[in-house]
Design a protein around this ligand. Sequence first.
Ligand code: ARG
Length: 265
Amino acid sequence: MEKSVKRFLLGIALLCTSIFLIGCGAGSTKTSSSGGEDIGGKRKLVVGTDATYAPMEYMDAKGNIVGIDIEIVDAIAEAAGFEVEYKNYGWEPLFPALDNEEIDFAVSSITIDEERKQSFDFSDPYFVANQLILVQESSDVASFNDLKDKKVSVQINTTGHKAVKDLLGKTSKNIVAAETMPLAISEMINGNADAAVGDNAVILEYKVNNPKVKLKTVEDDSFEKEYYGLMVKKGNKEIVDLLNEGIQKIKENGKLKEITDQDME
Ligand code: ARG
């Protein structure tokens, strides 16, 4: 083949490849959630949650994700001008989902704590909570310290789990770490644990919803106050700022207090 013909064919081949590549680029849809998609003017953020946590986040009879945390995020989204889509991930998968940018942020009654702050960023706090102990009505447990030699159930990798590890020892066989809080409570009711430890609102809700099971709660002043925040991939300042803008607005206009009945600065 002549040199010029060869060059011509090569040129066409290159042109075809680049047209093909441009075509691919234009046609590809965004799969990563990061930054959100623009839908009808408002961007949509994907929000991951563990919807096993009534009254904070749970599934209603129709299978919708609802709860106090959800109402709060809806209000934040409205105030800051974005749309939300909730996805039920479960508790532990939430953390890698943020890292992998499958979700833009997580809402799940997540306590802002030092350890998590090493790997994730948080919004400003929007809710205050503390640990609470749940035992059988006949139990003689009267304080957290009374759990030292007992079997205690918790939801795995929660602040309740950490508190119980501090008391019983990190590797204690007396800790029953369940995947969800309802499962942790079942372990106690079934006699596999003497007490369950978890966030106060969720423990109280369980007790109210299950009056036939004879249970009582035990408070302890040694539990520190915990502040819930929305959790974001480390370094995603843009989303943190957007969430804080919404949180600030619903603190100022009274909407947050209307939902939670708490005074948050
Ligand atoms: N506040 C506790 C923590 O951050 C428990 C949160 C559990 N939330 C849930 N939806 N399961 O560790």
